[in-house]
Design a protein around this ligand. Structure first.
Ligand code: DX5
Ligand code: ZN
Length: 225
């Protein structure tokens, strides 16, 4: 598998032309579909739910990476599996019994991710890092596409990488928010494996080329666990 993995965020797609935008991702060098689910409670925005995810899944030919920005995410694990999620990430801040939730996700045959807000220190993941397949590190406050990247993320990403290496975990680091041609190379140098990109891809003149330009920043190759 060639890193970085590129995960265009469907949140920035044109919903009136969703089929066209899904097809663009299918035919691009992107690796995953990043699907943002917001409940208007955990974050101050509402995005979309099961009918839309199922419709995307019908047409999508790549991994469905679902990022839940909802309270009590453990309520809907089976539903997201049924909707087509391959990777399901829940927020650390929204999960009282995170360990139980991660194993419930794995039990359904999905990869289990943990998303952390910009204010959440990575050391809080220390005792659970070996149980996590993916850390979705928020580099903006979750809720909206097109926000300004938070610079502290580089240090945080390097700290998390060190923790992962020390633990022997094969957890991937995904960076979510404000990824572009300036931030991406520095993120990869800090240990990032997966780059989510919404606005940078969909507001560009040639989204397919923009995805290819991120993919070209290639860092390393590894086996998928
Ligand atoms: C924000 C979402 C992100 C968002 C990223 O809450 O989790 O996935 O779509 O958008 P950009 O790349 O535009 O910052
Ligand atoms: Zn996201």
């Amino acid at each position: 598998m060639n890193f970085p993995l590129i995960a265009p965020s469907v949140l920035s797609a044109d919903f009136a032309n969703l089929g066209r935008d899904i097809e663009m991702i299918n035919n691009s060098e992107a690796d995953w579909f990043h699907i943002d689910v917001m409940d208007g409670v955990f974050v101050p925005n509402i995005s979309f739910g099961f009918p839309v995810i199922k419709a995307i899944q019908k047409q999508a030919k790549k991994t469905m990476d679902v990022h839940l920005m909802i309270v009590q995410p453990e309520r809907y694990i089976k539903d997201f599996k049924a909707a087509g999620a391959d990777i399901l990430s829940v927020h650390y801040e929204a999960s009282t019994h995170l360990h139980r939730t991660l194993y419930a996700i794995k039990e359904e045959g999905m990869k289990a991710g943990v998303a952390i807000n910009p204010h959440t220190p990575v050391h809080l993941l220390k005792d659970i890092i070996k149980d996590i397949d993916l850390v979705c590190m928020m580099s903006v406050n979750p809720g909206f596409g097109g926000q300004k990247f938070i610079e502290q993320t580089y240090t945080k990403c390097a700290d998390l990488k060190a923790m992962i290496l020390a633990s022997g975990s094969d957890c991937l680091i995904e960076i979510d928010g404000g990824v572009n041609e300036i931030t991406a190379p520095k993120l990869l140098a800090s240990g990032a494996d997966v780059l989510v990109a919404g606005n940078y891809v969909f507001a560009s003149n040639n989204p397919t080329e923009t995805i290819a330009s991120l993919k070209k920043l290639g860092t390393h190759t590894t086996q998928l666990a």
